[in-house]
Design a binder for this molecule. Structure first.
Ligand SMILES: Nc1ncnc2c1ncn2[C@@H]1O[C@H](COP(=O)(O)OP(=O)(O)OP(=O)(O)O)[C@@H](O)[C@H]1O
Length: 254
């Protein structure tokens, strides 16, 4: 399955206002792209168009050679576009491990019947535990999801996303609301996803230290338009990017 992603002239207007305006860009496996831009630039709206929560006014979205513009959000998720907030399959009263196990089972096409005596149940449990360990949740594996502190809940979102085994990962400010102690673990997880080279990773992020630590490439949106796209050092040096970031962490961009 081809895990490249491309948007062509992607546009959405709310009334007369173009929240995303003619965005054409392509993303390849093994690449981690951070999408930046000031508040209201259109980052979340662009994510919503790609994951299918919003329908474009104009333009198209391709995964590999397939035009996915008309697919529902769930069809896109099944087709390999994974976005953290789509995790509606979280059960607060079930443990961390049980939650991940259900996600693994759903991915394996066995539905959510945890108590069936399906062959391969041990495999599913092992696989689930693998994701729990990979996301550093082993110590809380047997706690109900609702009992987790905020940072661990965000890790669980990543574990569930990994269990879906998407080939395109979309993270919207994954460290938002996290303490300074909690954030590095999530960033390490995101960095690790890149290692096998087959995943396309997109990250919306405001914090410049996070952008610097992770980005292979930076795309800048401003007023709904793509205004810069390139290697972090190149993009950060562009006058338009410095101008946009004046007042939004300009000292960090310098
Ligand atoms: N459903 C909607 N109806 C009307 N306007 C909308 C809607 N969704 C987004 N917008 C507008 O589109 C623009 C882009 O918003 P968006 O949330 O995508 O920006 P953003 O770059 O993600 O900002 P932030 O960094 O603050 O999250 C804003 O002007 C916003 O008010």
């Amino acid at each position: 399955m081809n895990s490249s992603l491309r948007t062509e002239n992607l546009t959405i207007r709310f009334g007369g206002h173009a929240a995303v305006n003619g965005v054409t860009c392509a993303f390849q496996p093994g690449e981690l792209t951070v999408i930046v831009g000031p508040n209201g630039a259109g980052k979340t709206t662009w994510f919503n168009l790609v994951s299918g929560q919003l329908k474009p006014t104009e333009g198209r979205i391709f995964k590999g050679d397939e035009d996915i513009s008309a697919l529902s959000p769930s069809a896109r998720a099944k087709g390999g576009i994974g976005r953290a907030f789509q995790l509606t399959n979280l059960f607060p009263k079930l443990t961390v491990l049980e939650n991940v196990r259900l996600a693994v089972q759903a991915r394996a096409g066995q539905g959510a019947r945890i108590f069936t005596r399906a062959a391969g149940l041990t495999d599913i449990r092992d696989k689930a535990y693998g994701f729990v360990e990979a996301t550093r949740l082993a110590a809380v594996a047997h706690l109900p999801a609702s009992a987790l502190p905020h940072g661990d809940q965000r890790k669980l979102e990543v574990a569930l996303l990994m269990a879906m085994e998407p080939d395109i990962f979309m993270f919207d400010e994954p460290t938002a609301g996290m303490s300074v102690d909690e954030a590095p673990a999530i960033l390490e997880l995101v960095a690790e996803l890149k290692k096998d080279g087959s995943k396309t990773i997109l990250l919306v992020e405001h914090k410049m230290d996070v952008v610097r630590a992770l980005a292979d490439r930076i795309v800048v949106l401003h007023n709904g338009e793509l205004v810069a796209d390139g290697r972090p050092d190149e993009v950060m040096a562009l006058p338009i990017v410095r101008e946009i970031y004046l007042g939004v962490g300009a000292e960090e961009v310098a």
